[in-house]
Design a protein around this ligand. Structure first.
Ligand code: GLN
Length: 487
């Protein structure tokens, strides 16, 4: 049977139709691999083994009957545990939701169920998606499969580690400031953050609603396209979801665009991304990517995104403001575990007890920050000002996109860092998504792609580059990505 390492969505589909293996065989092999490997990695919070086996058998029946088989049918995938699957536990890796069972499917899950995909289980994350290392999970550590002393990135660290360790063929994550792209980069996987609004957020436990977007983590760009096509589109349950305007990516064939179309794209390289603190190895790797792409006769140009340096400060005002609002519902009354066994004197005391026990340190820090920046005396000075800065960050991109079609940057300033290295220094941790956050502030699509796909030598850590496109021009970044992968 095919080695799990060699399985992509595409090769799974081909092998399934070819009868090289059955869906059940692959799903069973994946679970036995998870039973061994995940003891060390810690990617999964919950496994849905029975449902997965039943679903795989259904796909095998469909294959035997010889009907139309969707490219995702039978593919074993993992779902970040802040995305709801009806009737199963969904915790967002927070103790406050440790007993919560989802009462409906997220729209992305509903759409994937229609393709007959197989859900293996739910993956670990930083609590409510707050973090860059998955160390903020209320339940467990997740380790980087390339070096288990290092973090897998975050917040979708479980999803990225599962894919990288062949414990899933693909996964879904969510990205508010880099949480799909940064862990994908640290684990050597592909991570796509779609344009804001391209994918419904209904059934995603909200972190910062104006920034959150669900996206695929996969082994190849081609696989990211297959998953993206299955989950995108306007949804009446998410008023911010849209079908793209004319000229958007729906018009374009995403898979295998002709090289002459891709060659027309001019690529900008922002000088502000090659700064102090950028690991020299990352810089060399990114220059190597540019050289490689130049062999396709793609044209490069230095550009400027002058407000880049304000991105992180701006994000750490807007995000906590939205987050403290979104997390207000977790009080142990409407949602969340009630902290039993304590004497409660009054309502405030009840809130304090439930929220104080249920939320971890980072969640509490950000709730406080958010409440502060929204408070009457400080709203103008912080929140209102940050909204203006957000506009400037977005305008930088508008200006740049007058000149170029796609922007290329490193995905992260360094490769995966050591477990424990930044956990007590929130600012250092926050800076690990300096290159990904402005994309969310501007609502743009972006993809992180490993510089080297297969030829990592022993002890070498994955390094990745990021391609950023215009709104709804996923086709451009995915087109270049596919050609890069073939080089
Ligand atoms: N590092 C970011 C944060 O901690 C990532 C958030 C995200 O994209 N979900 O807020």
């Amino acid at each position: 049977m095919t080695h799990l390492r060699d399985l992509t969505i595409k090769s799974f589909h081909e092998g399934l139709l070819n009868k090289d293996f059955s869906a059940l065989e692959i799903v069973r092999a994946t679970f036995s691999h998870i039973e061994n490997r995940d003891k060390e990695i810690g990617a999964y919070l919950d496994l849905h083994k029975d449902e997965a086996m039943t679903q795989a058998s259904r796909v095998d029946v469909a294959v035997a009957e010889g009907g139309d088989i969707h490219p995702l049918a039978g593919v074993p995938i993992a779902i970040k545990d802040n995305i709801l699957i009806e009737g199963t536990r969904t915790t967002a890796a927070s103790k406050i939701l440790k007993d919560y069972s989802a009462s409906y499917d997220a729209t992305v899950v509903k759409k994937l169920k229609e393709t007959q995909v197989v859900f293996l289980g739910k993956t670990n994350l930083d609590e409510f998606a707050m973090g860059s290392s998955t160390e903020n999970s209320g339940f467990q550590l997740t380790r980087n499969p390339h070096d288990t002393e290092r973090v897998p990135g975050g917040s979708s660290g479980g999803s990225a580690a599962a894919v990288a360790a062949n414990m899933a063929v693909a996964a879904l994550g969510s990205d508010t400031s880099g949480s799909v792209r940064q862990p994908a980069a640290f684990c050597g996987a592909v991570g796509l953050k779609p344009t804001y609004g391209a994918v419904s957020r209904f059934g995603l436990i909200a972190m910062a609603s104006s920034l959150d977007q669900i996206g695929p983590i996969t082994k190849t760009v081609e696989d990211a396209i297959i998953l993206f096509k299955a989950i995108r589109g306007k949804d009446n349950f998410d008023a911010t979801s849209v079908n793209p305007p004319a000229g958007g990516e729906y018009r374009d064939e995403l898979l295998n665009p002709p090289l002459e179309n891709v060659r027309k794209l001019r690529i900008g390289v922002p000088k502000e991304y090659f700064i102090d603190g950028l690991d020299p190895m990352v810089e060399v790797a990114i220059r190597g990517v540019i050289n490689k792409l130049e062999t396709l006769k793609l044209e490069f140009k230095e550009i400027s995104l002058p407000h880049t340096k304000y991105t992180t400060s701006c994000y750490y005002i807007i995000m906590p403001a939205e987050l403290s609002t979104n997390l207000a519902r977790f009080d142990g009354i409407r949602y969340g575990t009630r902290n039993e066994g304590r004497e409660i004197k009054n309502l405030i005391d009840l809130y304090k007890s439930n929220r104080g026990e249920g939320f971890g340190e980072e969640a509490r820090r950000r709730i406080l920050l958010g409440a502060f920046v929204l408070s009457a005396g400080y709203y103008e000075a912080y929140y209102a000002k940050a909204q203006k800065v957000r506009r400037l960050v977005a305008r930088d991109f508008d200006e740049a996109f007058k000149d170029v079609d796609v922007i290329l940057t490193p995905s992260t300033p360094t490769p995966a860092f050591k477990i424990g290295e930044k956990v007590n220094d929130p600012i250092a941790m926050y800076l690990s998504d300096v290159f990904t956050g402005s994309v969310n502030l501007a609502g743009l699509p972006a993809i992180s792609i490993p510089v080297k796909k297969y030829e990592l030598s022993d002890g070498e850590l994955p390094i990745s580059f990021q391609l950023i496109g215009r709104h709804f021009r996923e086709a451009d970044i995915l087109g270049i990505g596919q050609y890069y992968e073939r080089l």
